[in-house]
Design a binder for this molecule. Sequence first.
Ligand code: HEM
Length: 453
Amino acid sequence: MDDTAKLYPPQVPLVTEAWNVWQSLTAARRNILELIPEIALHQPIVSGKMGRRWHMVMDPDALKRILLEKVDDYPKSDVTKNILRPAIGESLFVAEGAHWRWQRRAAAPVFTHRNIANLAPIMSAAADRSCARIGASVGRATDLYTEMMTATFEVISDVTFSGDEMFDRQAVHRAVDGYIDQTAKVSLFDILGLPTWIPRASRMMTTGAMSQMKQMSDSVIDARREKSPDDIPDLLDLLLAGEDPKTKRSMNTAELRDNLLTFIVAGHETTALTLSWALYLLAFDEDAQDKLRAEAQDVLQGRTATSDDVPNLPYTRQVIDETLRMYPPAAFLSRTAQKDDTLCDRQIKRKDTVTLPIYALHRSHLLWDDPHKFDPSRFDGTKEINRYAYLPFGDGPRICIGASFAIQEAVIMLATVISRYKFTRVPGKDPKPVLILTLRPEGGVWLNVENAT
Ligand code: HEM
């Protein structure tokens, strides 16, 4: 192993020379992140032209302008929307303008601190089941990425359609993961904003499973309308009760279904990725793992973590924050300029594609000290971090609505698992970060499992 591999966990190999179209297309098919030029880690903005003009923005002030100050001039580009629309319709994630605004106002109360804390027992129960499965692998290597996908799917399906017998979890899991796998390979055409009518063959194949899943969800929602809510409302109960305070509009069955499926699609894999990369990083840095375990064992005393424990697990939280910096699940956001503008002294023209390569922002040498190093102490509260240098959940009015939900789940799962098990790397099986809609560990996260002492 060379010294770099000992010091730094896996990185995306970035481009150091100018590429022709063919080289770019080949790289993009491999991994969209490989299109990011290395200079993006040393400059605030990088621009180019391929069909359309594009800009990669890594400057905190310019990012603030795009996400907050001039948010209406920079709507989401068609990239992610076209991929997601067949699955989740004109829901919160995809909608723009007035149709987005009323849905956001109606959904905001669902994610209050109190409602999220009420859902913590579901996360703790999933953490317990996950530990039982991991326990069956003691003494050998197991793929923690697959395990975390199972665990976070249990959570999201239990907080959306809890206790509904008609709801076939396995069918939904298969449909959602199958859809993402087959369709989400973001093509270069998508990134550069070329016409969206170019059919993407793979994207059209999965519509059968999707429409079955939608029908099933609709029946569950209609049945739930007739029932009085349980003591602890789940996300469906809360959305059913939700109403836009301004227009008094509430969601019909199709809107409810599209938004619940959005929570599943947007919330399950992203949280699983955070946890899998965190487990990998803790195996990479065994001192950090020992430190996290000491904290978790001290606080939990053999129990499973609950929402009350979350504020008492600050190092666990730092590890999660640092994981989201190094391997942000949403590593590449994209917008289309609606007006001429200036960003970092550069002219932006209407219709230019403006990308926010969060992966590059989080590893910029202008913003971070030794950016490729795993160092949870960056987030210990003693160092100032520019808010717009760290954007794992985006920012502004379209900031991730599920951020606190995801953080609570990640802290509960990670502290519980690490308090019980010890993980070490499997030589030659380090994951490679690859962007397929989200930043995934190619090859899985294979780690040796032992009982913790
Ligand atoms: C670690 C886990 C997660 C990460 C890294 C993440 C990341 C993000 C990011 C970056 C955005 C903004 C996208 C953009 O501006 O283009 C976003 C939006 C969104 N996320 Fe998350 N997310 C996570 C978990 C969740 C969860 C658990 C839920 C729901 C239960 C969720 C629901 C949503 C929704 C509905 C939006 C769209 C909000 C809007 O446009 O108003 N996410 N997420």
